[in-house]
Design a protein around this ligand. Structure first.
Ligand code: CTP
Length: 447
């Protein structure tokens, strides 16, 4: 009996897949099909897959061509499978010519002609086209624009900003560049807002009132009731409102939160998160200072994220200590936010006028999670214990600093109508509340 094996994602099963499976089957007597797991796809940068593993397996099964279906979970598994299952022929489409020649040591390798004019990528792009407009003038916009290219079905319509001259060349190359926010909303299904934080609330509200989905760089608002109002409005209108903190969407961060929640380090006792980026405000013009985000708005949402996700927002006590540089604009050089919970404490340090090690430590009763600097865009963390032999290191894929995953999450939320709550409403409102307390000066200590 000649055993044949082939692998693929088989997302949104199409004619190209079926033709390949038929020819693969005809090469022998028994066909094994390896379907990629979600984690494996993500680890190789394939982030746009629409169907779950179970749905994709079902698709392959429904062709009636596979005698056996297995799941492909790790790099190097093909060699294991070929030896374990006694495979005679390995085959894939011609888009892979040469890639799997290393398997010739174990079995025959045949590349079959790929069917022209069809692919899962193309079907995904045609299925859900999401037109996103941009608002604001941050350097992050260039990254956002670049990352959109990797997300199937996302199309950028243009950018609105009061001062179009200050925009980067990448921004200026978008189809529409305008000073008029409404003009961008007119031709978009959704908007990405990264204007000055003091304007977020009005701009988020306006987009929602006009029936547009919103992804807004955190903080969404500088007052708790404003954030609540925006979420209420989004719900009423059946729209997605997503808080833009790229860290929340990255794999390593997501996994470490899950591990902390499932008790890997015991009960959480303390969280310490630091985020700084040094800027010399003395070199800034008045206009640049007006556009500047203070440390609290630029960094605190990142630091507050793990605190609120792991300990919740019902803290017993809060203390904010700050050093202000520019009184009128509330620009702070450094701020420390300390929380006391019934059974834990947390400390978030942020600064644009002071430099520190940007690491995060989550301490528990059994061990601690250590994330090295810069923890907010990490692909790696460690879980450490009293006995260092028990320590474990975890590595994950991180593409586009997490922005790519953020865009995927947003487009998926819009498509399905479900916000998968990478950042819960409760955490978002908690962030807005800290912004409010800071800017009102309530209980804020100055140094
Ligand atoms: N395949 C094919 N003809 C096509 C598309 C895919 O022969 N038009 C083959 C691939 O070469 C591979 C198998 O089908 O051997 C599974 O491919 P997969 O990567 O799942 O499909 P694609 O449509 O190429 O997916 P994507 O666009 O996500 O890369």
């Amino acid at each position: 009996m000649i055993k044949v094996i082939t692998y693929g994602t088989y997302d949104l099963l199409h004619e190209g897949h079926i033709r390949l499976l038929k020819r693969a089957k005809a090469l022998g007597d028994y066909l094994i099909v390896g379907v990629t797991s979600e984690d494996f796809d993500r680890s190789r940068g394939k982030i746009n897959v629409k169907q779950s593993l179970a749905e994709r397996i079902e698709g392959v099964r429904s062709t009636g061509l596979a005698d056996e279906i297995i799941v492909e979970e790790y790099e190097g598994q093909k060699i294991d499978d070929i030896r374990r299952l006694g495979v005679d022929i390995f085959t894939v489409g011609s888009d892979w010519v040469g890639t799997f020649d290393y398997l010739k040591e174990y079995c025959q390798v045949i590349y079959l002609e790929r069917t022209q004019g069809v692919s899962s990528t193309q079907i995904r792009a045609e299925k859900g086209r999401l037109r996103i407009g941009l608002l604001g003038d941050s350097t992050i916009l260039d990254k956002f624009i670049r990352e959109c290219k990797y997300v199937n079905g996302v199309e950028l319509t243009g950018i609105a900003n009061e001062d179009t001259d200050c925009l980067s060349d990448i921004c200026k190359a978008l189809p529409l560049v305008t000073k008029n926010y409404d003009e961008i909303l007119d031709c978009s299904d959704a908007v990405y807002i990264i204007s000055h934080p003091s304007r977020h609330y009005e701009e988020v509200k306006h987009a929602l009132e006009r029936g547009k989905h919103v992804i807004c760089e955190s903080p969404i608002a500088l007052k708790r009731n404003q954030a609540e109002e925006c979420f209420r409005l989004a719900k009423e209108k059946g729209l997605i409102l997503l808080e833009g903190i790229k860290t929340a969407y990255s794999m390593a961060y997501g996994r470490l939160v899950l591990m902390a929640k499932t008790g890997k380090i015991g009960n959480i006792i303390s969280i310490d998160a630091t985020c700084t980026s040094l800027r010399d405000l003395r070199q800034f013009s008045e206009k640049e200072l007006d556009r500047e985000w203070n440390s609290i708005t630029a960094w605190a949402p990142n630091g507050l994220l793990p605190v609120f996700q792991l300990l919740g927002t019902s803290y017993k006590d809060l203390r904010i200590v700050t050093r202000i540089l520019d009184e009128e604009r509330k620009l702070d050089a450094f701020t420390k936010i300390e929380f006391v919970y019934p059974n834990a404490v947390a400390s978030v340090k942020v600064g644009t006028g002071a430099k520190s090690e940007g690491e995060m430590v989550i301490s528990g009763t059994k061990g601690y999670i250590y994330v090295p600097a810069p923890w907010w865009k990490t692909d790696y963390f460690e879980i450490r214990y009293e006995n260092s032999n028990d320590n474990k290191r975890y590595f994950y894929q991180l593409d586009g600093e997490g922005i790519r995953y953020e865009i995927v999450a947003f487009s998926r939320a819009v498509e399905t109508g479900k916000n998968f709550a990478y950042i819960s409403k409760e955490a978002s409102e908690g962030i807005a509340e800290i912004m409010e307390k800071y800017h009102d000066g309530e209980g804020v200590l100055r140094i």
